[in-house]
Design a protein around this ligand. Structure first.
Ligand SMILES: [Zn+2]
Length: 271
């Protein structure tokens, strides 16, 4: 049987840096570079869906984002923006029919304005944060296209589905190809995608990286304060552990490029 999801591509659209010793207790201190991952999903009938949009170059260059860069140093050039990365693959922004933003932090919504024609998709909880953001939510609405609210679809992850029994989901296109769960913790209602064709969960910022998952419970106070809700954040990592135990592959937004590329290579070509 042919797959509904034809392919999943990946683009690192900018990077931020931190130190393991700043994030976690009891680990060797080393500088880490975290890519802002963007996933391009090709659906047989619906065309291209983009999961997150990476950073906008303005975050690196404009004075007004200085306070953000203080906590989260950004490394990128103009050509690391998702619009350039897609063009290099021969894909025009107009070809992207859907943009699903997992949550609205600057490394996820930064490139949104490149897609004024797309239908944007948010979970109900992310939309509620959008309507009444706190300073800590770090929502820079200037990175959204002016057509954003007009082109917006809000989804509710409230269906039980035996394909993914861990959480209530929203069957995005009603064909079982993309199941969206809404997970609190790092940010409220982050959209995580389960793709049954690939036996793969793409899990936003549920942790810093799958290889760092074992250290999550040793997180230092400052990075833990950045989380929207620390108790829910830990629950989210337990959810990931449960899914991994059942041999579902998991990718998170800030996983290393090599890890994501090798898993997707295998999923795209061998499964
Ligand atoms: Zn985030």
């Amino acid at each position: 049987m042919s797959k509904i999801i034809e392919s999943i591509d990946y683009f690192p659209a900018g990077y931020c840096t931190s130190y393991t010793g700043l994030l976690f207790k009891g680990v060797k201190n080393k500088k880490m570079t975290f890519p802002a991952g963007v996933f391009l999903i090709k659906h047989r009938d619906k065309g291209y869906l983009l999961y997150d949009t990476g950073y906008h170059y303005d975050i690196k260059t404009k004075l007004r984002y200085g306070f953000y860069r203080l906590g989260t140093p950004v490394q990128m050039t103009e050509k690391d923006q998702i619009s350039y990365l897609l063009e290099a693959k021969g894909i025009k922004p107009e070809e992207i029919n859907y943009v699903l933003l997992s949550h609205l932090h600057p490394d996820h919504l930064g490139g949104a304005s490149f897609f004024p024609h797309a239908t944007f998709i948010l979970t109900k909880e992310v939309y509620e944060v959008y309507q009444k953001p706190k300073l800590k939510d770090l929502i820079f609405k200037e990175f959204l296209p002016t057509s954003f609210e007009k082109n917006l679809t809000i989804i509710r992850a409230d269906q039980q589905d035996s394909t993914f029994p861990y959480r209530p989901i929203c069957d995005l296109f009603g064909d079982g190809s993309i199941l969206v769960a809404s997970v609190d913790g790092h940010a409220r209602g982050q959209a995580c995608l389960y793709l049954p064709d690939f036996n793969l969960l793409i899990a936003a910022d549920l942790c810093w990286g799958i290889d760092l998952l074992p250290y999550t419970k040793q997180m230092h106070l400052i990075p833990s304060l950045v989380q929207d809700n620390k108790v829910d954040y830990i629950k989210g990592t337990e959810f990931l552990e449960e899914v991994l135990k059942d041999s579902i592959e998991v990718l998170v937004s800030h996983d290393p490029v090599e890890r994501i590329e090798s898993i997707l290579y295998e999923k795209n070509n061998l499964s």
